[in-house]
Design a protein around this ligand. Structure first.
Ligand code: G6P
Ligand code: ZN
Length: 543
């Protein structure tokens, strides 16, 4: 029944910011996915007889790998596998299922916001029993195992039917449960948010437009916004999950969500626009005539979360990744609650959430979430916004400008240089590192460097240390530039330059963002020599 298949290791299976991501043809090499999945199992202990959740964002190659994973789970001794119908589970929904059904862990198949299709991206990620991405201790062990693996175990029963909801015992005894992908998640959202208030707002004519980007949130958004909240048919667009996301880049930002963005800036804009990414954990929030930066969104959600039933008792604390703007810090300060600054990557929030130190977390990369699951959650962010707007009875624009008036505005932008030569990108970062001790005191135009460092995180819960998490150049007056290389790309290197300036004066809150940051942009160029070292005249994407 079960076979042990001999294999040779691949040397390139190092998990990045969020699991192993490669182009589909790389995953299609003989035993490539099998080696990685077996390396996951080999790095775990105590799963015999336990439950494994498997789900993916429906991208190209999803079904094939799910079949492999089910057969391998059976051969390795799991007692049960729970899988979303059609192999579909959004990342936050998978996190919820792991928690709700007390599973041992989960395998999530996704490359998040990266394009899908036969020559595009695929990914495999392991989540632990708290529902969150495996911590580095485990991902390091998985990587070490991939380098020496010489065999994997797989059951040889035929492919299972992923499209019929229900339970069945597979040959060999493992239980397979195919579940409705949407039901449990929707129930959780109904517990956290005042659906009645949102339904009422919508019934009064408040118009929403949600772009599912032909990705995983389509079925969730249809059920929640149209069926349960009464938004008119058509409020959710691109709701059919497609293996290639309709040829689009399923990343919810003003660049890749251009159509919705332009509509929201136009004359007949709906009241509220939103979108989510390939696997449903990122979000875009845009009001009529105003884009809400993810960093501002985190701060505003944190400041108003108590208006939603799930957070009426207030927040224990807020956490943000280091490159995310300090806007949320001002909320935490005013409320007298904890504020935590972690490296990029949702996995770093897990310990803080588990320990009850943080309730809401967010990242500049369009991720926001809370202790309800252990992943960021796109629809959660959209629903919390809607709940807040329903209770306050104000527009997105009003809520944002009032927030700036109260707390000051953190002008913020990220400049990405994509597909840069890897060696050149490493040299650029090394060069910055070598300047760290000599930068303080230097001036760049009107800016003076106060402090420069290579961010290291000391986890207050498990005391682990993560070094080299980004170069920070802090200027007097609170402005800063952060440089880091993306950990999620699949070709070449992506240099990210994060720019931030704090402006307390509300008469100066309406400057165009790039203009407000012009001094910092110039300083970043002189310090890092970006143009010369990358060979690029301008960033590929500005968000
Ligand atoms: C994924 C992770 C996030 C992270 C983002 C950007 O979405 O889940 O936690 O912030 O990637 O990572 P990168 O390394 O590309 O900047
Ligand atoms: Zn994602």
């Amino acid at each position: 029944m079960n076979k042990s298949v001999s294999t040779t290791p691949y040397q390139d299976q190092k998990p990045g910011t969020s699991g192993l991501r490669k182009k589909v043809p790389v995953f299609q090499q003989p035993n490539y996915a099998e080696n990685f999945i077996q390396s996951i199992f080999d790095s775990l202990e105590g799963y015999q007889g336990k439950c494994l959740v498997i789900g993916g964002d429906g991208r190209y190659y999803n079904r094939e790998v799910i079949q492999k994973a089910i057969k391998m789970a059976a051969a390795n001794g799991f007692g049960k596998v729970m899988v979303g119908k059609g192999g579909i589970l959004s990342t936050p929904a998978a996190s919820h299922i792991i928690r709700k059904y007390k599973a041992f862990g989960g395998i999530i198949l996704s490359a998040s916001h990266n394009p899908g299709g036969p020559t595009e991206d695929f990914g495999i990620k392991y989540n632990v029993n708290n529902g969150g991405p495996a911590p580095e201790k485990i991902t390091d062990a998985i990587y070490a195992r991939t380098k020496v693996i010489d065999s994997y175990k797989i059951a040889d029963f035929p492919d299972v039917n992923l499209d019929r909801i229900g339970k069945e015992e597979l040959p060999g005894g493992m239980m397979l449960s195919v579940i409705d992908s949407v039901e449990d998640y929707t129930a959780l959202m109904e517990e956290l948010f005042d659906f009645g208030a949102i339904r009422n707002l919508i019934s009064l004519g408040f118009r929403i437009a949600f772009d599912a980007m032909s990705a995983v949130t389509g079925p969730y958004a249809k059920e929640i916004f149209e069926n349960r909240l009464g938004a008119p048919l058509g409020s959710v667009r691109n709701f059919m999950p497609l293996p290639d996301f309709g040829g689009h880049h399923p990343d919810p930002n003003p660049v890749h969500c251009k159509e919705l963005y332009d509509e929201m800036m136009g004359d007949d804009a709906p009241d509220f626009g939103a979108a989510s990414d390939g696997d449903g954990d990122r979000n875009l929030i845009v009001g009529r005539g105003i884009f809400v930066t993810p960093s501002d969104s985190l701060a505003i959600l944190a400041a108003n979360a108590n208006l939603a039933p799930g957070y009426s008792g207030g927040l224990a604390g807020i956490a943000r990744s280091m490159p995310t703007s300090g806007a949320a810090d001002r909320v935490a300060e005013k409320r007298g609650i904890g504020m935590y600054e972690t490296p990029t990557g949702w996995k770093f929030f897990g310990n803080l959430l588990d320990a009850g130190m943080a309730t809401i977390c967010g990242e500049e990369s369009a991720g926001t979430g809370s202790n309800h699951v252990r992943e960021k959650d796109g629809l959660w962010a959209v629903l919390l916004w809607l709940n807040i707007l329903a209770v306050r009875g104000e527009s997105v624009q009003d809520v944002v400008t009032q927030h700036w008036q109260t707390y000051g505005r953190n002008y913020y932008s990220r400049h990405d240089y994509e597909g840069v030569d890897t060696d050149a990108a490493n040299v650029l970062i090394d060069n910055l590192r070598s300047q760290l001790s000599t930068l303080p005191g230097k001036t760049f135009g009107v800016l003076t460097v106060e402090k420069a460092d290579d961010f290291a995180y000391h986890d207050p819960v498990d005391k682990s240390v993560s070094e080299h998490q980004g170069i920070r150049i802090l200027f007097t007056g609170g402005s800063r530039v952060v440089f880091r290389l993306s950990g999620t790309g699949t070709s070449g290197a992506t240099l990210r330059v994060y720019l931030e300036r704090y402006e307390p004066d509300s008469t100066r809150h309406n400057i165009e963002t790039q203009e407000a940051l012009a001094d910092l942009i110039a300083a970043a160029e002189s310090i890092a020599d970006i143009r010369k070292r990358t060979g690029r005249d301008a960033p590929s994407v500005i968000t």
